[in-house]
Design a binder for this molecule. Structure first.
Ligand SMILES: Cc1ncc(C[n+]2csc(CCOP(=O)(O)OP(=O)(O)O)c2C)c(N)n1
Length: 346
């Protein structure tokens, strides 16, 4: 197992070593703020009865999601999960479309036809998720296999799962095929230390869930998922390796689940001290401190934060103005037509 470089260097030197400048780090910080802001407003919408079904967020996972997505290229395909709102934000999904999706409106990426967090926009390279875990992981492997077949060289797939889901058969089948064929894919395990109410010690017998990489002949890297730059560095390296034909890497981001599993879960089973420890490691606060050390002023920070607030107010208004879909079109675009399936493969 490799571990990523320590975060204790001078902020400016660290950014330079990563090939980034302060503006890049500010963009990551802003994306993390937008991510959290979207999900905080989601909680309010839920309490207002505007979100049908349950509601999931990734509070504590913003640094990991934004860090990974910042290391992807526009031509890549990504299969993120419900903890990874930062991926959608970083790839450019406008927040009003997320709010519209939450509320089942026609402006959401699935136009009101799928669950409130089943978000994907293929024009941004993001494949919408299904709930079965980790069913999207073999989908990512299929995308990587298609690049190989089509000889698309600088293209990489990214597939996510949680620590709990990494114990399932689809994980084994997907990772094994990708390893055997040395496919251009990076696997991300968001290890938020809980699988619903199941703690890590009942989920895997290795020190880290990604340590199983050895069994597939792969490398794994364990990074602090509350530090977007550490995540960025590990994923950039993994991507470079994957597209050079050197095989996939499992990048494990150790993150925090700062809320219950979903809005219906008060997390009574999580020791109170854990929430206190997690609050002290909040990825947003951590990134803010890093930027202050890198030269961002308190005024600049205030300007960024109020800009995000203004943006989200405006975006929420736009989503509220988006109508519910016309019921007579409920099945439009849901099933592929025989013409659409008439590809050389079929
Ligand atoms: C095949 C399958 N079984 C059960 C579930 C129900 N379920 C949803 S989330 C979850 C826990 C997943 O834990 P983990 O993979 O660690 O991800 P986290 O929720 O912590 O992000 C379970 C059991 C599911 N979605 N899919």
């Amino acid at each position: 197992m490799a571990t990523a470089a320590s975060a204790e260097t001078d902020p400016r030197t660290r950014l330079r070593a990563l090939g980034l400048d302060r503006e890049d780090a500010v963009t990551m910080y802003r994306n993390m703020l937008v991510t959290r802001g979207i999900e905080e407003r989601g909680h309010i919408l839920f309490r207002q009865g505007k979100i049908p079904g349950s509601f999931y967020t990734g509070r504590g996972n913003e640094g990991a999601a934004v860090g990974v997505a910042s290391a992807t290229k526009p031509q890549d395909h990504l299969c993120p999960l419900q903890r990874d709102m930062g991926v959608h934000v970083t790839r450019g999904l406008e927040p009003w479309r997320v709010f519209a999706q939450y509320m089942g409106r026609s402006g959401g990426p699935t136009r009101g036809r799928d669950g409130n967090v089943h978000i994907g926009d293929i024009s941004l390279g993001i494949v919408g998720m299904v709930s079965h875990l980790p069913a999207m992981l073999p989908v990512g492997v299929g995308l990587a296999l298609s690049y190989r077949i089509k000889n698309e060289r600088d293209r990489c797939a990214f597939a996510w799962c949680g620590d709990g889901a990494s114990a399932r058969g689809d994980f084994h089948e997907g990772v094994n095929l990708a390893a055997v064929r040395k496919l251009p894919i990076v696997f991300i395990i968001d290890n938020n230390q809980w699988a619903y109410s199941t703690p890590s010690n009942l989920g895997y017998a290795t020190e880290h869930p990604s340590d199983r990489a050895k069994g597939y002949g792969l490398q794994n890297v364990v990074v602090d998922g509350t530090d977007p730059l550490e995540v960025y560095e590990a994923v950039k390296e993994a991507r470079d390796k994957a597209v050079a034909g050197e095989g996939p890497t499992i990048v494990e981001c150790v993150t925090l689940r700062m809320e219950g599993h979903a809005v219906h879960d008060d997390a009574f089973y999580v020791p109170k001290e854990d929430f206190e420890t997690w609050a002290a490691k909040d990825p947003i606060e951590r990134t803010r401190k890093f930027l202050l050390e890198a030269g961002m002023s308190e005024d600049e920070d205030e300007e960024i934060r109020s800009g995000v607030k203004r943006l989200l107010v405006e975006q929420l208004d736009k989503a509220e103005a988006s109508p519910l879909p016309d019921p007579s079109t409920a099945t439009t675009g849901v099933y592929a037509s025989p013409e659409e399936l008439d590809t050389p493969h079929h």
